[in-house]
Design a protein around this ligand. Structure first.
Ligand SMILES: Cc1cc2nc3c(=O)[nH]c(=O)nc-3n(C[C@H](O)[C@H](O)[C@H](O)COP(=O)(O)OP(=O)(O)OC[C@H]3O[C@@H](n4cnc5c(N)ncnc54)[C@H](O)[C@@H]3O)c2cc1C
Length: 238
């Protein structure tokens, strides 16, 4: 891989394979996988891969997973929330092991990507933090942290993947069910967002459908133009 991130172009991806090199369970309900992807293409922060599982009878199930890693990372990192009875997430969490090879296709997604030069804000909730982590890691490598602000929310610090890393990067963290010395429990407010929106030309919203609806209303209430808001919902993908 060579050249700058600006060299990344729309490309037709094909199925390839990825080997699990590292597997961790950072919390009881999440699994972090770091994978070596064959014939890997450069990616932009915000993009995702499809991961496809195949049963012996050739039945397949595929789901989208956002990339958490910077593209300079030799491995591609994913953070998956284990959903009860979730066909793919439960397998990745409970069954998949280091050394296993999975079918993958990516990187996918052009619209929900940060170009690394436009001032941006990420407003993300729960596992929706993953693409914001990739953006923050890329910003750090390029020394462009001043261009990217991150507001991340979850019920408590334990339920926000990458909370410590984001705090070190200067993100605003809002706990909806946990009071702290800095703020009472509750979702991010318009007053908190207003100073962070100054100068931001694009806002990335990512999380559950419920979170995305809240975030969009909040941003519109803050006067953000609808065309500046890009939303990714982590709903069922089939
Ligand atoms: C672009 C994109 C990127 C994504 N990135 C990530 C990521 O980085 N990490 C991650 O954990 N997930 C991510 N997702 C969600 C992921 O694709 C799957 O939907 C999720 O893992 C559930 O799949 P499953 O097979 O385990 O559950 P399924 O067997 O599909 O569903 C099991 C049950 O859970 C419900 N359900 C399905 N998906 C969700 C969900 N996301 N939240 C709550 N309930 C759900 C279903 O309606 C069903 O009742 C992303 C989705 C999209 C569209």
């Amino acid at each position: 891989m060579s050249g700058s991130i600006d060299d990344v172009r729309a490309l037709e991806t094909t199925w390839t394979t990825g080997r699990i090199i590292e597997k961790e369970l950072p919390t009881p309900s999440t699994v972090r996988l770091r994978m070596h992807v064959e014939d890997r293409h450069r990616h932009r922060p915000g993009q995702h891969y499809l991961i496809r599982l195949r049963a012996p009878d050739d039945y397949t199930a595929q789901r989208s997973y956002s990339i958490a890693s910077d593209e300079d990372d030799p491995l591609v990192e994913f953070l998956v929330e284990r959903l009860p009875d979730g066909e793919v997430s439960e397998f990745l969490s409970d069954v998949a092991e280091v050394g296993d090879v999975l079918e993958m296709r990516g990187p996918i997604g052009r619209w929900f990507t940060w170009d690394t030069t436009t001032p941006a804000l990420c407003l993300v909730g729960g596992t929706g933090v993953v693409p914001a982590v990739a953006m923050a890691r890329t910003a750090r490598r390029l020394d462009r942290g001043s261009l990217l602000r991150v507001v991340a929310t979850a019920r408590s610090p334990r339920e926000l993947p990458y909370a410590e890393e984001l705090a070190r990067a200067g993100a605003t963290l809002a706990w909806t069910r946990t009071d702290t010395d800095q703020r009472p429990a509750g979702p991010p407010t318009a007053d908190e967002l207003a100073p962070l929106l100054v100068g931001a030309e694009v806002v990335f919203v990512c999380g559950s459908a419920r979170f995305a609806a809240y975030a969009e209303d909040l941003l519109l209430g803050c006067g953000v133009a609808p065309g500046a808001i890009r939303v990714e919902r982590f709903g069922p993908t089939g």
